[in-house]
Design a protein around this ligand. Structure first.
Ligand SMILES: Nc1ncnc2c1ncn2[C@@H]1O[C@H](COP(=O)(O)OP(=O)(O)OP(=O)(O)O)[C@@H](O)[C@H]1O
Ligand SMILES: [Mg+2]
Length: 1089
């Protein structure tokens, strides 16, 4: 039925947080946004807003944001322009899914698409990222919901409930686990009993082992509904928990469809259990040996590791307070179910069933702690109480198998209930009685089966879908309530919106007397032959006029074809489902024969003992049927949820193949429909797409208007009014409530968002520039301060150094002056410094001014005190130079010097042409051997020629000049004329040598007068007179016998006859025989002497 109802669509949580762009997500998994140019942006006020801002550079930035939105869709469905279009809805989901954005909001409702791959989005960093932020400030995420719920719980101190729904495999249980993990990791630890966090987390693997199984849809499908309360103390620390479980699918214990498995625990025990444990339980490791495990023919599944799961479960059991004994008892029960499955019967002659598997019976007896014969009897007989008498009626084979399976189901399901109870005891806050307990708040997590439509739908689907109807009804009620409340509170006129109220279907199922459950119960309880078909007939009779009910009989011709005779169809809010009535009565009755109950009541296994209560036997009242029990528990659940602030997570499964990246549109469209998401969106979008508190709106967008930027002094509402006027909002685009602004169209908001994006860029640039300026100025000032500090320190240091130097200099000068004044006084403290200084400076100076060579006679003048030392040093220095010089000269040079020294000794200052000879080197000989006649050489024989020089000989009488050679041998001077020795003067006969003091080159060799062989003295002239005479004097050892005469030289011209040579100075050299018979020599005077 469609209803028209005043609908004030709003999102209560949405308003509780600061506003933010509902534009594209820019979360960690959307970082790859690639800007690309696009057409012109929005219309209407959007364009006005943008044009108000637009410069070219700015537009590019803005458009990239728009493109990103196009690519990854909107992060809140309420912002879909075409919100009524399912195709647009699914397209948005697809875009986001393609970008691995699995979460999208519908207001505060989180839609989650199972990615079937680990997206790495649940790390500790992600938790931190979503803590304490505004709901929409960050991309949608489960943790954002978790944090918002937690903060509402803490700040408003209202109990919260997170309802997670979706079809099998959509990710409900994963979401629940992530939420628990978030709370366990981010909430503060309680003061006492910190273990509660571990227990909350560890209750999961245990419950999953016993309550989850592999189905065709999900390898870890929860086969029960779960509602878990987590209690937080006033500091927000988790201090306890409580779990409610709903309708465990116990038929799975005895039967599984092809491709499905029994509950995980059986396989885990067989795979992981220690040898010893298995031996004690009488089990084999091979699951194929157990009939209850082979029905689905897939005991082994690659995606499940039973062995490691077993270890996890064993550990978890310890954490949730199981003792070793309790674990043993629990495993005994699990094993007993397997043994029951392998218990066989054979018919005796009367077709009564007999147990044939004694071994199984033996183990059952032991494991369940019951009497063997009693159990055997209970498995094969039925106890009937007739007229107060107990009668035992034997069972046939079929009945015995039924009884056995019923027992197995009862044992398992009751153990499961016991297990939940046990976990609850472990989770119960230990401080339940303390005052702080009263101040606890509760956060509920509901992980319950979603709407189910199979090919073949039975009693279980009926219950499950009924449950979904109830939750949907609650959802609508709560949403509408909050929407209406908000509109009223804000004083905004509401606009009616159509939505479907499913109360009518809930009533059809649960109404007293007229509801399907009542009719089913009635049929189960009434005496007589009641069957599933009689139930259907009764149903047809009672609710035939109901618009949501249809059977084969009630249907028209066209629809009849799609309905079997044993089926009825309900038109659920989420779609039509056809149920087969087969098994309805049985499943609703859930019969366990009395004697089996009695047997189990006597069990010595403590768990069985608690599960089967004796009071049950004496209770005359029939136990509640399954459907009624379920209905009651649902009503209770609804009550619990109603008392809490709800949050919703709608899980969607993208494909049936459990594959990542596959987006099966048909499947998703189904779920969008079943989950009522379009309905949900329509309700929320009925009036305004967006609303925000004035403060939050102003805070976010104030930069877009010069009047409101940077601060608005007045009331926020007025500020918003100014702002939207400036932005050019048209009256029909928005409404001003009491505390919030309501914006009707997403495009208006988008345009504002885009404008903000643009504005942010320029603001960011400004802020950056200001900050950079400030930053660098600070840095500059720091550097400047430092530089000044260093400079002043350095200047100080320099100044001090300079002052010290000056002081030292002054003192030194003073001492020097004092010393100078007293320099002649004997050494005393006053003059010591001066004297030392003079001394050192003389010595240091001396080092630099030493004579360069032996000829250099310069020497610094020493101070009086150092005169003697100076002289010694001078001598030393000279000796050193001489020594050095001598060491370096060659023998030839030594000889040369020796001859020169002799020449100097003889001629220096005495003969005019001596100075000309000084720079000319003496030569060994002036005549080569070839220039001397061989005959002469022959005559001389072995006597060597030490020196030979051409000379001119003047006759003793006529003074005729004749060319001769003068040879010096070791013993004589030999005068040679061509090939003839003219005269030989032995050195012993050479008495002396005479030369004039003038510049002529004449000389006279004086010989012994007594020597008869000699003709007399020899007058010679040599061009190299100094050299010739020096060598001759040296050879003849007549150095001291050279006479240098002034005026004239007398020589022996022959026996008894003397000749005279007169020397007179003149302008030119002239040698003539004078009239007086003397040899007259005029020689120029040279100035050099
Ligand atoms: N957020 C997620 N990230 C990665 N994988 C996920 C996520 N949610 C679910 N899955 C995968 O999907 C599988 C099924 O999820 P889950 O068991 O939570 O489904 P369910 O809705 O509880 O189904 P059922 O109703 O059968 O219990 C998980 O085992 C996991 O492999
Ligand atoms: Mg699950």
């Amino acid at each position: 039925m469609l209803m028209v109802c005043p609908l004030l669509p709003t999102i209560s949580q949405l308003c509780a947080v600061a506003p933010s762009p509902l534009a594209p997500s820019r979360g960690p998994h959307t970082s790859q946004l690639a800007p690309a140019p696009r057409g012109p942006p929005g219309r209407g006020s959007g364009r006005a807003v943008l044009e108000a801002l637009g410069s070219d550079g700015v537009r590019v930035t803005m458009e990239s944001a728009l493109t990103a939105r196009d690519r990854v869709g909107v992060q809140d469905f309420v912002l879909l322009e075409n919100f009524t279009s399912e195709a647009a809805f699914i397209e948005n989901l697809r875009r986001r899914f393609r970008e691995n954005l699995i979460y999208t909001y519908i207001g505060p409702v989180l839609v989650s698409v199972n990615p079937y791959r680990d997206l790495q989005i649940y790390s500790r960093q992600h938790m931190e990222r979503y803590r304490g932020i505004s709901f929409y400030e960050v991309p949608p995420h489960l943790f954002a919901v978790a944090d918002t719920v937690y903060r509402a719980l803490r700040t408003e101190r209202r109990d919260q409930a997170v309802m997670i729904s979706g079809e099998s495999g959509a990710g409900k249980t994963e979401a629940t686990k992530r939420l628990l993990q978030f709370y366990a990791e981010t909430c503060p630890a309680p003061e006492r009993g910190g273990a509660v966090r571990d227990r909350l987390l560890q209750s999961n693997p245990v419950l999953e082992a016993f309550g989850n199984a592999k189905t065709l849809r999900n390898d870890n499908s929860s086969r029960f509904g779960k509602y878990m309360d987590v209690q937080f103390d006033f500091k927000g620390a988790p201090v306890g928990g409580h779990i409610l479980s709903y309708l465990l699918e116990k038929s799975r214990v005895v039967h599984q469809n092809h491709g499905e498995r029994n509950f995980h625990i059986f396989y885990q025990l067989l795979e992981g259990g220690e040898e010893e444990t298995l031996r004690r339980l009488g089990l084999e490791r091979n699951p194929q040996s157990y009939l209850y495990l082979v029905k689905g023919q897939c005991a082994k599944v690659s995606s499940i590791n039973d062995k490691s799961d077993w270890k996890v479960v064993r550990k978890a059991l310890m954490v949730i307070d199981f003792t070793e004994d309790e674990v043993e008892d629990l495993l005994s029960v699990v094993a007993s179910v397997l043994h029951l499955g392998n218990t066989h019967f054979a018919a005796d002659e009367e077709s009564n069933a007999q147990v044939t598997t004694e071994n199984q019976l033996k183990y059952l007896t032991r494991l369940l702690g019951v009497d063997g014969s009693t159990l055997r009897e209970a498995l094969t007989h039925r106890k009937i109480i007739a007229k107060g008498e107990e009668l035992l009626s034997p069972l046939n084979l079929e009945q015995a198998a039924y009884a056995r399976d019923a027992l197995a189901k009862a044992v398992y399901s009751r153990t499961f209930t016991w297990l939940v109870g046990k976990i609850n005891r472990s989770l119960a806050s230990k401080d339940a009685e303390s005052p702080s307990w009263r101040s606890t708040t509760v956060l509920g997590l509901l992980d319950i089966y979603g709407f189910e439509v199979f090919q073949h739908n039975s009693f279980e689907q009926f219950c499950i879908n009924y449950c979904n109807e109830k939750l949907q009804q609650l959802f609508i009620e709560l949403t509408l309530k909050s929407e209406q409340e908000e509109y009223e509170a804000e004083g905004i006129a509401w606009e009616p919106v159509q939505y479907f109220n499913n109360k009518i279907i809930c009533d059809l199922v649960e109404e007293k007397f007229k509801g399907i459950i009542s009719i089913l119960d009635e049929e189960c309880l009434r005496p007589g032959e009641a069957t599933d078909l009689t139930f259907l007939e009764k149903l047809e009779d009672t609710v035939k006029h109901h618009p949501h009910f249809l059977t084969h009989k009630l249907a028209d011709q066209r629809t009849r074809k799609s309905l079997g005779r044993g089926e009825f169809r309900l038109l659920h809010y989420a779609g039509e489902v056809t149920y087969s009535v087969t098994g309805f009565l049985d499943k609703n009755n859930d019969l366990l024969f009395r004697n089996l109950k009695e047997t189990m009541c006597s069990s010595e296994n403590p768990i069985m003992n608690q599960c089967f209560d004796r009071g049950e036997l004496s209770d005359k009242k029939r136990p509640e049927t399954v459907a009624t029990q379920f209905k009651m528990s649902l009503l209770q659940l609804v009550e619990i949820l109603q008392s809490k602030e709800p949050a919703y997570i709608r899980c969607i499964k993208p494909n049936d193949a459990k594959q990542p990246g596959r987006f099966d549109e048909v499947l998703i469209r189904h779920q969008v429909k079943y989950l009522g998401l379009m309905e949900n969106l329509r309700v929320r979008r009925a009036g305004f797409a967006y609303r925000r508190k004035y403060e939050a709106f102003l805070q976010r967008y104030k930069s877009l208007c010069p009047d409101t930027w940077p601060t608005w002094a007045g009331r926020p509402q007025e500020g918003v009014a100014v702002l939207v006027r400036h932005l050019g909002y048209k009256p029909e685009e928005y409404k001003m409530g009491r505390t919030k602004i309501f914006i009707r169209f997403p495009k208006t908001l988008f345009a504002t968002e885009d404008a903000l994006e643009v504005r942010r860029q320029s603001l960011a640039t400004k802020i950056q520039a200001a900050w950079k300026g400030f930053h660098w100025r600070q840095k500059f000032l720091r550097v400047k301060r430092s530089a000044i500090c260093i400079q002043s320190w350095w200047r100080g240091t320099l100044g001090r150094r300079k002052a010290a130097k000056r002081k030292w200099a002054a003192q030194t000068i003073r001492r020097l002056i004092r010393g100078f004044i007293l320099r002649h006084a004997p050494r005393c403290p006053e003059n010591a410094f001066f004297l030392d200084h003079v001394r050192t400076s003389f010595l240091l100076n001396l080092r630099r001014q030493l004579p360069r060579n032996v000829l250099d006679t310069s020497w610094p003048t020493p101070p009086p005190a150092l005169r003697e030392a100076s002289e010694l040093l001078r001598e030393l220095c000279m000796k050193n130079m001489v020594w050095k010089y001598c060491r370096s000269i060659s023998p030839e040079w030594k000889q040369q010097l020796h001859q020169k020294a002799v020449a100097s000794e003889i001629f220096k200052g005495k003969k005019d042409n001596y100075p000309q000879s000084v720079p000319r080197l003496f030569i060994n000989t002036r005549l080569g051997a070839d220039e001397i006649s061989p005959k002469v050489l022959q005559v001389l024989g072995t006597e060597p020629i030490q020196y030979a020089v051409p000379v001119v000989k003047y006759d003793r009488k006529g003074y005729k000049p004749r060319s001769r050679q003068l040879l010096l041998t070791p013993s004589a001077v030999v005068i040679v004329e061509d090939a003839k020795i003219k005269q030989r003067i032995d050195y012993t006969n050479l008495t002396g040598i005479s030369v004039s003091s003038l510049s002529d080159s004449l000389f006279v060799l004086h010989v012994q007068r007594e020597d008869n062989k000699q003709k007399g003295d020899v007058v010679l002239q040599s061009d190299h007179v100094i050299e010739t005479l020096t060598k001759t004097a040296l050879s003849a050892d007549r150095v001291n016998n050279i006479n240098i005469n002034q005026g004239s030289i007398t020589f022996a011209g022959g026996p008894g006859r003397d000749g005279i040579i007169d020397f007179t100075p003149g302008s030119e050299l002239l040698i003539t025989k004078a009239k007086n018979g003397h040899l007259a020599v005029v020689a120029p005077r040279l100035n050099s002497r």
